[in-house]
Design a protein around this ligand. Structure first.
Ligand code: MN
Length: 190
Protein backbone atom coordinates (compact mmCIF):
# COMPACT_ATOMS: atom_id res chain seq x y z
CA UNK A 1 0.00 0.00 0.00
CA UNK A 2 1.61 3.19 -1.17
CA UNK A 3 0.88 6.59 0.36
CA UNK A 4 1.11 9.71 -1.75
CA UNK A 5 3.99 11.75 -0.33
CA UNK A 6 3.09 15.29 0.74
CA UNK A 7 4.71 18.04 -1.30
CA UNK A 8 7.60 19.86 0.41
CA UNK A 9 6.03 23.21 -0.57
CA UNK A 10 2.53 24.74 -0.69
CA UNK A 11 0.32 24.42 -3.79
CA UNK A 12 0.83 28.07 -4.78
CA UNK A 13 4.59 28.09 -4.05
CA UNK A 14 5.66 27.32 -7.63
CA UNK A 15 3.77 30.23 -9.20
CA UNK A 16 4.08 31.66 -11.76
CA UNK A 17 5.89 28.69 -13.38
CA UNK A 18 3.12 26.29 -12.27
CA UNK A 19 -0.17 27.68 -10.92
CA UNK A 20 -1.89 26.52 -7.74
CA UNK A 21 -4.75 25.28 -9.91
CA UNK A 22 -2.41 23.06 -11.91
CA UNK A 23 -0.74 21.68 -8.77
CA UNK A 24 -4.19 21.00 -7.28
CA UNK A 25 -5.22 18.99 -10.35
CA UNK A 26 -1.87 17.48 -11.35
CA UNK A 27 -0.72 16.45 -7.88
CA UNK A 28 -4.10 16.28 -6.18
CA UNK A 29 -6.02 14.39 -8.90
CA UNK A 30 -3.69 12.91 -11.55
CA UNK A 31 -0.81 11.74 -9.33
CA UNK A 32 -3.27 10.57 -6.66
CA UNK A 33 -5.24 8.54 -9.22
CA UNK A 34 -2.11 6.71 -10.42
CA UNK A 35 -1.23 5.81 -6.81
CA UNK A 36 -4.82 4.76 -6.00
CA UNK A 37 -4.95 2.59 -9.16
CA UNK A 38 -1.57 1.06 -8.33
CA UNK A 39 -2.74 0.16 -4.82
CA UNK A 40 -5.93 -1.40 -6.19
CA UNK A 41 -4.04 -3.42 -8.82
CA UNK A 42 -1.39 -4.90 -6.50
CA UNK A 43 -3.79 -5.95 -3.75
CA UNK A 44 -3.50 -9.70 -3.23
CA UNK A 45 -0.77 -10.11 -5.89
CA UNK A 46 2.94 -10.93 -5.79
CA UNK A 47 3.60 -7.19 -6.02
CA UNK A 48 1.70 -6.27 -2.86
CA UNK A 49 4.73 -5.70 -0.60
CA UNK A 50 7.32 -4.89 -3.27
CA UNK A 51 9.09 -1.54 -3.60
CA UNK A 52 7.55 0.59 -6.34
CA UNK A 53 10.81 0.47 -8.34
CA UNK A 54 10.58 -3.34 -8.48
CA UNK A 55 7.01 -3.10 -9.76
CA UNK A 56 8.07 -0.61 -12.46
CA UNK A 57 10.92 -2.90 -13.56
CA UNK A 58 8.93 -6.13 -13.53
CA UNK A 59 5.42 -5.34 -14.73
CA UNK A 60 3.67 -4.45 -17.97
CA UNK A 61 0.32 -3.27 -19.25
CA UNK A 62 -1.95 -1.37 -16.91
CA UNK A 63 0.05 -2.18 -13.80
CA UNK A 64 3.26 -0.85 -15.37
CA UNK A 65 1.45 2.28 -16.59
CA UNK A 66 0.09 3.14 -13.15
CA UNK A 67 3.24 2.20 -11.18
CA UNK A 68 5.49 4.09 -13.56
CA UNK A 69 3.25 7.14 -13.71
CA UNK A 70 3.08 7.16 -9.88
CA UNK A 71 6.88 7.00 -9.66
CA UNK A 72 7.43 9.58 -12.40
CA UNK A 73 5.07 12.11 -10.82
CA UNK A 74 6.58 11.78 -7.35
CA UNK A 75 10.05 12.24 -8.88
CA UNK A 76 8.84 15.23 -10.93
CA UNK A 77 7.24 17.16 -8.08
CA UNK A 78 10.25 16.56 -5.82
CA UNK A 79 12.54 18.14 -8.44
CA UNK A 80 11.10 21.61 -7.84
CA UNK A 81 11.37 24.24 -5.15
CA UNK A 82 10.13 27.82 -4.77
CA UNK A 83 13.81 28.57 -4.03
CA UNK A 84 14.93 26.71 -7.18
CA UNK A 85 16.24 27.98 -10.47
CA UNK A 86 19.75 29.20 -11.08
CA UNK A 87 22.32 26.77 -12.40
CA UNK A 88 23.69 23.35 -11.50
CA UNK A 89 27.14 23.11 -9.93
CA UNK A 90 29.82 20.54 -9.15
CA UNK A 91 30.34 17.29 -11.05
CA UNK A 92 26.93 17.46 -12.75
CA UNK A 93 27.68 20.93 -14.08
CA UNK A 94 31.04 19.78 -15.42
CA UNK A 95 29.39 16.84 -17.18
CA UNK A 96 26.70 19.11 -18.70
CA UNK A 97 29.29 21.58 -20.00
CA UNK A 98 31.47 18.79 -21.37
CA UNK A 99 28.69 16.90 -23.13
CA UNK A 100 26.36 19.67 -24.26
CA UNK A 101 28.79 22.58 -24.67
CA UNK A 102 27.13 24.82 -22.09
CA UNK A 103 24.22 24.95 -19.65
CA UNK A 104 22.32 27.14 -22.14
CA UNK A 105 22.79 24.56 -24.92
CA UNK A 106 21.68 21.78 -22.57
CA UNK A 107 18.48 23.65 -21.67
CA UNK A 108 17.72 24.32 -25.33
CA UNK A 109 18.19 20.67 -26.31
CA UNK A 110 16.18 19.42 -23.31
CA UNK A 111 13.20 21.66 -24.15
CA UNK A 112 13.42 20.81 -27.88
CA UNK A 113 13.34 17.13 -27.00
CA UNK A 114 10.24 17.68 -24.86
CA UNK A 115 8.49 19.81 -27.47
CA UNK A 116 9.12 17.31 -30.28
CA UNK A 117 7.66 14.35 -28.39
CA UNK A 118 4.44 13.56 -30.24
CA UNK A 119 1.54 13.00 -27.87
CA UNK A 120 1.96 12.29 -24.16
CA UNK A 121 5.12 11.54 -22.26
CA UNK A 122 8.17 12.89 -20.50
CA UNK A 123 11.57 14.35 -21.35
CA UNK A 124 14.40 13.00 -19.20
CA UNK A 125 17.96 13.76 -18.26
CA UNK A 126 19.51 10.43 -17.31
CA UNK A 127 22.93 8.97 -16.57
CA UNK A 128 23.68 5.79 -18.54
CA UNK A 129 25.69 2.79 -17.39
CA UNK A 130 28.89 4.35 -18.77
CA UNK A 131 28.33 7.42 -16.59
CA UNK A 132 27.41 9.63 -19.55
CA UNK A 133 24.45 11.99 -19.61
CA UNK A 134 21.64 11.45 -22.09
CA UNK A 135 18.49 13.41 -22.92
CA UNK A 136 15.71 10.93 -23.66
CA UNK A 137 12.12 11.11 -24.84
CA UNK A 138 9.77 8.79 -22.99
CA UNK A 139 6.35 8.18 -24.51
CA UNK A 140 3.39 7.82 -22.15
CA UNK A 141 4.57 6.10 -18.94
CA UNK A 142 8.09 5.20 -20.18
CA UNK A 143 10.53 4.71 -17.31
CA UNK A 144 14.32 5.05 -17.24
CA UNK A 145 14.31 2.54 -14.36
CA UNK A 146 13.15 -0.20 -16.72
CA UNK A 147 16.24 0.43 -18.92
CA UNK A 148 18.74 0.63 -16.05
CA UNK A 149 19.30 4.34 -16.54
CA UNK A 150 19.74 6.67 -13.55
CA UNK A 151 17.05 9.38 -13.70
CA UNK A 152 18.27 12.88 -12.86
CA UNK A 153 15.53 15.26 -14.03
CA UNK A 154 12.23 15.03 -15.88
CA UNK A 155 9.65 17.45 -17.26
CA UNK A 156 6.13 16.13 -17.80
CA UNK A 157 4.87 16.90 -21.31
CA UNK A 158 1.42 15.34 -20.95
CA UNK A 159 -1.09 18.09 -21.72
CA UNK A 160 -2.55 17.78 -18.20
CA UNK A 161 0.79 19.13 -16.89
CA UNK A 162 0.45 22.51 -18.59
CA UNK A 163 -2.85 23.03 -20.38
CA UNK A 164 -4.60 25.04 -17.62
CA UNK A 165 -1.72 27.54 -17.50
CA UNK A 166 -0.26 27.51 -21.02
CA UNK A 167 -2.93 25.91 -23.27
CA UNK A 168 -1.07 24.71 -26.41
CA UNK A 169 2.23 26.49 -25.60
CA UNK A 170 4.26 23.48 -24.49
CA UNK A 171 7.63 25.16 -25.07
CA UNK A 172 6.68 28.10 -22.83
CA UNK A 173 5.49 25.73 -20.11
CA UNK A 174 8.80 23.83 -20.18
CA UNK A 175 11.01 26.92 -20.30
CA UNK A 176 9.20 28.29 -17.23
CA UNK A 177 10.26 25.25 -15.22
CA UNK A 178 13.93 26.30 -15.24
CA UNK A 179 12.95 28.93 -12.63
CA UNK A 180 11.92 26.25 -10.12
CA UNK A 181 14.26 23.28 -10.73
CA UNK A 182 15.98 22.41 -7.46
CA UNK A 183 19.50 21.75 -8.76
CA UNK A 184 20.74 20.61 -5.34
CA UNK A 185 18.27 17.70 -5.58
CA UNK A 186 19.25 16.94 -9.18
CA UNK A 187 22.98 17.04 -8.31
CA UNK A 188 22.36 14.59 -5.46
CA UNK A 189 20.89 12.08 -7.94
CA UNK A 190 23.96 12.24 -10.21
MN1 MN B 1 1.47 14.34 -15.28
Amino acid sequence: MFTQPALPYSAEALEPAISKQTVDFHYGKHEKAYIDNLNRMIEGTEFENKPIEDIVRNSNGGLFNNASQAWNHIFYFFSFSPDGGGEPAGDLRRAIDEQFGSFEEFKKKFVETGVSLFGSGWVWLVKNKDGKLEIRQGANAWSPLAENLTPLLTFDVWEHAYYLDYQNRRADSLNALWDIVDWRVVESRY
